[in-house]
Each structure stands twice: as C-alpha cells, then as structure tokens.
Design a protein around this ligand. Structure first.
Ligand SMILES: Cc1cn([C@H]2C[C@H](O)[C@@H](COP(=O)(O)OP(=O)(O)O[C@H]3O[C@H](C)C(=O)[C@H](O)[C@H]3O)O2)c(=O)[nH]c1=O
Length: 185
C-alpha cells in the first residue's frame, strides 16, 4: 500500500497521504503499514503506544513535548477536522523556531509524521474531532513540557478567529514561551 509522502517546511516533518480504496460500500485503507511506511519515508521506527483523543470545536491541545523519552508521533484524524502543528524547538536545528501546520481530517485521511524532539499540538475546527496517533516512546508526564500556543516568536497562524479552549497547563503563564525554552538549553 503505497503512501504519497510530501515534505514540509521542516525537513524531517512529513505529510503522508495513504492510498484509499473506495467502492460502492465505502472505503478501505491501511492506516499503517510498517514496511510501506519505512520504504516511503526512509525511516526505521518502532511505535509502542496508540493514543486516541476526542475534542470539541475550538479545543487546542498543545504544544507538547517530552524532554526525556521524546516521542515521534504519527498523527491522523478519523472524525472531523483539525489544524495540526509541529514546531521545531531543537536549538541546533536550522529550522529552530519554525512551525508547520496542516489540515488533517476524516475526509482527507492525511497523516503527519512528527519526529522526536519537536513540539506538537492541534486545534479542532469541526464540531468534534477524534484524533489518533502512534508514538515511538511511552508517556512520561514527569518530562512533559508545554509551549504556549500563541507564542509571539512562533507566530503560528492558527485558522481560528476566537480564543481556543485550553487545559490549565496550556494556558499562557503555565505553558512556557519559546524564549524561555531556548534560554534553558
Ligand atoms: C498524553 C497522555 C495522557 N494520558 C492521560 C493523562 C491525563 O490524565 C489525560 C489527558 O492528558 P493530557 O491532558 O496530557 O492530553 P493532551 O492534552 O491530549 O496531550 C497530548 O497533546 C498533544 C496533542 C500531544 O502531542 C501529546 O501526545 C500529548 O501531550 O490522559 C495518558 O494516560 N497517556 C498519554 O500518553
């Protein structure tokens, strides 16, 4: 099952478009195939955890990362639509401070590969969204950090025209800024 793989403005963040088989009954597609994923991306990855979250419109989850046990994530949406964002927070990276955002939806079935070491988050554009993703390391809340969604240096162009709904840890003041993160490195 061939993936179409597209590069993004951050070198190792990849957009994957799986081959979908439609017929009069509906559709079928292999949402993940280890062999084809590795052949299409040139990556050798081992996923250890599958996650599933549901959120209502305007919920923004992120921008999260783990400082230890960083997680590579292969993310997709099976209901609704989100604007999904990966942020390069790696001080040594030529694209440090850059972000890449993509519409992921049940209808486009696009997936985003977010390598370990980047921050990740999304905002829900539809009434509800069901978000599934595979991770290459386990959840370690003791190492989880959050960068604030509206960081002025990142200037992420979220396609929303009202304040998002945020968890307490993601609120400005609780989540750190990029400047605070980089100052710690
Ligand atoms: C992430 C995670 C959470 N949990 C528990 C901890 C909390 O009791 C509850 C909700 O967790 P949290 O509010 O951290 O969920 P999100 O805000 O969706 O976090 C995720 O948000 C963005 C989109 C990410 O990329 C990360 O995968 C992850 O940080 O689930 C677990 O038991 N295992 C887990 O792997």
């Amino acid at each position: 099952m061939p993936y179409q793989v597209k590069n993004t403005n951050i070198a190792d963040v990849l957009l994957l478009e799986p081959k979908v088989f439609g017929d009069e009954r509906g559709f079928f597609y292999e949402s993940f195939n280890q062999r084809d994923f590795e052949a299409a991306t040139g990556l050798s990855v081992h996923f250890v955890q599958d996650n599933h979250s549901r959120s209502h419109q305007s919920v923004l989850r992120g921008l999260h990362f783990q400082t230890q046990h960083p997680q590579g994530k292969l993310v997709r949406v099976i209901a609704g639509e989100v604007f999904d964002v990966a942020v390069d927070i790696r001080p040594e990276s030529p694209t440090c401070g850059q972000w890449t955002g993509h519409l992921l939806s049940a209808s486009n079935k696009h997936q985003l590969w977010v390598p370990p070491g980047l921050a990740h988050g999304f905002v829900v554009l539809s009434e509800n969204a069901e978000f599934l993703y595979k991770t290459t390391d386990y959840y370690h809340p003791e190492y989880e950090q959050s960068i604030v969604w509206n960081d002025p240096d990142l200037n992420i162009q979220w396609p929303i025209n009202s304040e998002p709904s945020l968890a307490a840890k993601d609120q400005p003041g609780a989540a750190m800024t990029m400047a605070q993160w980089l100052a710690k490195q």
